[in-house]
Design a protein around this ligand. Structure first.
Ligand SMILES: Cc1cc2nc3c(=O)[nH]c(=O)nc-3n(C[C@H](O)[C@H](O)[C@H](O)COP(=O)(O)O)c2cc1C
Length: 309
């Protein structure tokens, strides 16, 4: 198989390939980070440091020390991740992450539950404020990891883009604890993803590709190389993976990359640049019309027994 050109650009960072380790416990230790780099991953996002932890010195220092070691240890970009809800003093901590060598900062913003007075617009505004306060203190690129529950994903993406987001990461998966009715206990609810969950972020990436200045990172539901290929075809600049690395181990990164190269070779592609966005919704198209037309066509095909169902 001839060597494929997998080089990719994410928020101005030059990556050897478009596969990025999403924030997860895989990056809790230097050993885990080294294994990911050895398996060929293009960049690594560290697990998130939470707003509450930023306020505690010991946890802050532990994170900084892991980041510094990781940067010294591996030759791929290491992206730090901050998780918080309010645009407060903790956001200044991003500059310490930059000084420790973070190639970029990913903001994993959530809105706190239990405050019915906070309107949808207020929640959106907080995302913008957290982004702009972090952008004000760092020079490295800043990505915002979004959840899929905004009323208007497109407007939110455009507002973040205008406010200076260098990357958008679509989509985060929420912690969804379960209840065991027999033991009357709440059980941990962060199961690993499955491939079908990639459909929602993929549809949004296909719609947003080519319309924003910000890079697009896909996250959720990557299990095998075909999932990586599909996200790239939809228009993702990079494709992230967490569940599959946890399920199969860090060497699965090599399996995904080899599979991507084989698929490209089979299809006659020689670089990911040729693949990226081939099946995105054309920016000039009226996407609601296009999406609807596609949906109606699918329904009609299903009616005639040729549909996907
Ligand atoms: C065990 C576990 C821990 C995670 N921890 C974080 C985290 O600290 N910060 C974050 O932004 N996302 C976190 N995520 C979300 C992942 O980064 C990723 O966006 C999500 O799992 C979807 O990708 P996947 O389908 O490849 O798992 C975590 C996911 C898992 C499974």
């Amino acid at each position: 198989m001839t060597a494929m050109d997998l080089t990719s650009n994410y928020m101005g960072l030059e990556l050897r390939n478009p596969l990025v380790a999403a924030a997860s416990p895989m990056s809790n230790t230097i050993a885990g980070i080294r294994q990911l780099a050895e398996a060929g991953i293009g960049a690594i996002v560290l697990y998130s440091l939470f707003e509450e932890q930023v306020r505690r010195e010991a946890e802050r220092n532990r994170y900084l020390s892991l980041l510094e070691h990781a940067v010294a240890e591996v030759d791929v970009p290491v992206i730090a991740s901050l998780n918080g809800a309010t645009p407060g003093g903790w956001t200044d901590y991003a500059s310490a992450l930059e000084r420790a060598g973070a190639a970029a900062i990913e903001l994993n913003i959530y809105h706190p539950l239990g405050n019915p007075i906070l309107s949808g617009r207020d929640v959106e505004q907080r995302h913008i404020q957290v982004l702009t306060t972090v952008k004000a203190v760092v020079g490295v690129p800043v990505a915002v990891k979004l959840h899929p529950y905004f009323s208007s994903i497109e407007e939110m993406a455009e507002r973040l883009d205008t406010a200076g987001a260098d990357g958008l990461v679509l989509f985060n998966r929420f912690l969804q604890p379960d209840i065991d009715p027999d033991t009357l206990t709440v059980t941990a609810g962060f199961g690993l993803s499955d491939q079908a969950e990639a459909r929602l972020p993929r549809a949004w990436i296909a719609l947003l590709a080519g319309r924003l200045r910000a890079s697009l990172a896909a996250t959720t539901g990557v299990d095998d190389a075909s999932d990586v290929a599909k996200y790239l075809l939809a228009g993702a600049d990079v494709v992230m993976t967490a569940s599959a690395l946890i399920r199969y181990g860090p060497n699965h990164a090599r399996v995904l990359l080899d599979g991507l190269s084989s698929w490209m070779s089979r299809m006659g592609f020689s670089s990911v640049a040729e693949v990226r966005g081939l099946l995105a919704v054309a920016p000039a198209a009226d996407e609601s019309g296009e999406e609807r037309a596609g949906y109606v066509a699918m329904l009609q095909a299903a009616d005639q027994g040729n549909g996907p169902w």
